[in-house]
Each structure stands twice: as structure tokens, then as C-alpha cells.
Design a protein around this ligand. Structure first.
Ligand SMILES: [Zn+2]
Length: 456
């Protein structure tokens, strides 16, 4: 996001990223209350300048959200924004009286995946994992899955597995040197996973998250509305992006969209996030709010053996179930001509999250261009020629979305939200996540891999 000044929060925890100098409020009366209250608080209590406090951007939109500028986005550093912190504080008393939140930071919503590793080339001869289910495609009974992610790679049409996939192309896929850009192929990879698990499915990929896999919360709700406006409400939305916000009552920017979703028959299957954290990650964590429990399935990741949680996976009571999410194999790009890729991040000597198995933090080893030390390094280059191995809750969610679609078409009587219950009550296995038992959704054609325990 080149034109936006960003900071990390909350405090030193660095669990999310947000826009500096701006807060969000609901349209209309609430936005005016926030504007007036913050202006008064700044003048009376902080010495911050109140002149800048004003509503910016469209007065109303379908998300029901207004941006309110509260400070100079150029002030402070990436560790915090004083004006935003004070604006949130200014509203505490009002929020206490109202019994609900009135103001929020403007968080960055991004594709889950920063901690789960980058794609690794995989040979075409070994096929995908999960491998394609043998069921056929039937235009009259096919389930309708909408993938909100980044766009399809240009050569996806060459892949038989993706015969019933359509949607937005990614557009620019490589840099000036011809190297594949980071995250390109994410939506294609997900489409391949859904298609493998649920062959009787019409899949549409929307390029909502094309901009390096990230979007501001203030725009995210509008983009979700745009995706369903263009497509119609599908049976299933597969969503692999989100953010935490330090709260347990939802994400203000998607509140309008989630309320509308509630009244439809669509099931949202959402990635739980890759921060190895128990902090609720939205929209996935809507699965834990009573009003949305039937409409959202939140999905964490299991490691390659399907028996334990993956090191990077978020977890907690707000995660509905876990599906395999380590080293899955699906379509990426390079089907018509090989495409080079330079690694962005180096692997670590040990698991960043303290796990004792050969996880994606460490293997397969590579050196990345953006090394943590800040010193320039020569990154390792690989060549993609079609398939890739990739890891993340994004892909675990795609498998769960595929299972829901397959279940729906196997039993034509079943509505998407009834499938959610069936999957969790009848179809779920059990796995272990951080010492506790969790529900596991294992696609029939997925093959477990060996997991190397590294010992204490
Ligand atoms: Zn790890």
C-alpha cells in the first residue's frame, strides 16, 4: 500500500497493522458524535490539534462506515499513532454508555500467509494433493463457490483441473526482471484445491485482494459487496483474508456485509489466520458470535500428517474446525512457460513458534531478499512449471469450502448452512492442537505426509 502510512498495534504486541491518522465510525449520527467528541477531547485533554479532525471520504456507503481523520498520517513512526490512540480513548465513556463499540482503527486486511511460508515448486508427475475426486461435473447440480482472493494466473485455462473455474485474471504477474511477484497464484492455488475436493462445482475467483494481498478495512466491506453484486450470493464464499483487532465483537468495516450475509443462505468459509495466535481473526471469528454461528465456518490448519495443528495456525474456541494446511499441492503458474521466483523471506533455524517438528518455518530451506537482519542478501531462485506446494490456513479453508460443496452436491436436499452442521457433527475427525482436541475436516482424496519430529 504505497500511499498509506501504516503503524503496528496494539502497543508492542504487533498483532495487526492500521492506517495512521484515521479512525472508522458508523455513518451518520455516530460519525458526528465521534467527530465532535474527539475534537473536544483533543482540545481539552491532549494538546493534540483539533483542527484536523473531520470526516473524509464518502458520507454513506453500503458498509455503513465513515473514515474520520484525526491526525497527520506523517506523524509518529510505525510503532504507533498517538492521534488514533487518543481518539479511541476519547470515545471510551460513550462506548461504555452505549454498550457497544463506536470507533475503530482502520486495520489492514490481508491474505493469511505471512508466517506460513512461500510456495515451493512441485513436479506435475506427482499430481495434486488432494488429488482430484473422481466425481463428475454436472451443470444442473453444480455447487456455486465464490473465492474472494487475488486473481487467476494467465495460464490457468491450460489446467484440466480448473475446467470449471472462471473469474478475474490477476493482471501483472511479474516484475521488470520477469520474476513472479509475491502472492501471485494464491487465488489460482485455492481454486485448484476446491476443484480437486469438489469436482461438481462452478468456481468463480474475484481479485478483491490483488494489491499485494492487502486492503484497508474501510474498503474491504465495499469490495465484498461488489463481489456478490457481480456474482449473486453464492452457495459458499471461500475467504482467505482477515485481521485481528484486539476485540471479540467483530470488525467494524465488515459489519454491514456480515449483517446482510446473515439474511442469505450463503455459507462463508474463512481462514483462521497464520499468526500462531489465539486472538480472534476477523471475519473468521464471526463463527463464534451467536448471530453468525450458522453462517460462518472458521478454519485453522493441520500439519502434513493431519493429526496435529500446524505451528503457524491461529487457534482458540472461535476456530470451528481444522483442515490440512501444510504443503498442499495445487496449480500455481508456469504451465505454458517456466516462471522464476525469488524468495522474499529466509527460513529460520528453529520454529518461530516453538514447535518441535520440521515445520514450514524451517523447511525447505531458502534465503529471502527481505532478510530480517536488514542486510542485502542474494535470494534463492526457483522455477515454477505448473504445480506448487504451499501452506497456510488460506488453503485449509479452501479444503473445507470444497468439502462443504462436495457434501452439498452429494445430497441435493442440503442447504449450505445445513452442510456446515453435517460436516462438524457427522464428518469431523479429531486432531490435537496445542494439547487440546479439535474437530478435523479431512478431504477423502488428501494424502497425509510424513512429519519429522526434531526432538526437544
Ligand atoms: Zn514453525
Amino acid at each position: 500500500m504505497p500511499d498509506v502510512s501504516l503503524a503496528l498495534g496494539p502497543g508492542d504486541a504487533a498483532e495487526f497493522i492500521y492506517e495512521k491518522g484515521v479512525v472508522l465510525a458508523r455513518d451518520g449520527q455516530e460519525a458526528r458524535l465521534v467527530e465532535d467528541t474527539v475534537r473536544m477531547y483533543f482540545t481539552e485533554a491532549t494538546g493534540l490539534t483539533a483542527d484536523r479532525v473531520r470526516r473524509v471520504g464518502p458520507e454513506t456507503n453500503r458498509s455503513g462506515i465513515t473514515r474520520i481523520q484525526v491526525g497527520d498520517p506523517g506523524h509518529g513512526d510505525r510503532h504507533g499513532d498517538r492521534a488514533v490512540a487518543h481518539a479511541l480513548r476519547a470515545m471510551r465513556e460513550h462506548e461504555g454508555r452505549a454498550g457497544r463499540r463506536l470507533v475503530s482503527r482502520n486495520h489492514v486486511v490481508s491474505i493469511a500467509g505471512s508466517s506460513s511460508g512461500e510456495p515451493v515448486p512441485a513436479p506435475l508427475t506427482q499430481g495434486t494433493n488432494p488429488s482430484p475426486d473422481e466425481g463428475g461435473y454436472d451443470v444442473d447440480t453444480a455447487a456455486d463457490v465464490l473465492i474472494v482472493d487475488n486473481g487467476l494466473t494467465h495460464d490457468y485455462g491450460a489446467v484440466p483441473l480448473l475446467a470449471h473455474v472462471q473469474g478475474d485474471l490477476h493482471g501483472t504477474e511479474t516484475d521488470d526482471q520477469g520474476n513472479l511477484l509475491q502472492y501471485v497464484g494464491h487465488g489460482t492455488f485455492i481454486a485448484g484445491l476446491v476443484a480437486a475436493v469438489a469436482p461438481n462445482t462452478d468456481i468463480t475467483v474475484r481479485s478483491t485482494l490483488n494489491d499485494a494481498g492487502a486492503i484497508l478495512e474501510s474498503e474491504f466491506g465495499e469490495r465484498l459487496f461488489a463481489a456478490v453484486d457481480e456474482h449473486g450470493w453464492p452457495d459458499i464464499i471461500s475467504l482467505s483474508a482477515g485481521t485481528s483487532n484486539g476485540r471479540v465483537d467483530g470488525l467494524l468495516g465488515v459489519e454491514g456485509f456480515m449483517q446482510e450475509l446473515r439474511g442469505k443462505r450463503t455459507l462463508m468459509v474463512a481462514a483462521a489466520g497464520d499468526n500462531a495466535s489465539a486472538t480472534p481473526f476477523w471475519p473468521a471469528a464471526y463463527a463464534s458470535l451467536p448471530d453468525f454461528a450458522d453462517a460462518v465456518l472458521s478454519v485453522g490448519a493441520l500439519r502434513s500428517d493431519g493429526e496435529f495443528g500446524a505451528c503457524f495456525s491461529n487457534h482458540g474456541a472461535w476456530v470451528s474446525a481444522f483442515a490440512p494446511g501444510e504443503r498442499l499441492t495445487s496449480a500455481l503458474t508456469g504451465f505454458d512457460a517456466p516462471v522464476p521466483y525469488l524468495y522474499q523471506h529466509s527460513t529460520y533455524d528453529a520454529c518461530r513458534f516453538g514447535f518441535g517438528y520440521a515445520c514450514t518455518c524451517q523447511y525447505p530451506r531458502h534465503t529471502g531478499a527481505l532478510s530480517e537482519a536488514g542486510t542485502p542478501v542474494k535470494p534463492d531462485e526457483v522455477m515454477f512449471e505448473g504445480y506448487a506446494h504451499w501452506s497456510g490456513t488460506s488453503f485449509a479453508a479452501a479444503l473445507a469450502a470444497g468439502m462443504a460443496a462436495a457434501y452439498m452436491t452429494a445430497d441435493k436436499e442440503l442447504a449450505p448452512r445445513a452442510v456446515r452442521d453435517q460436516l462438524l457433527t457427522v464428518n469431523a475427525a479429531v486432531a490435537e492442537m496445542r494439547g487440546g482436541h479439535v474437530l478435523a475436516l479431512i478431504p477423502p482424496t488428501w494424502r497425509p505426509g510424513a512429519v519429522v519430529e526434531l526432538g526437544p
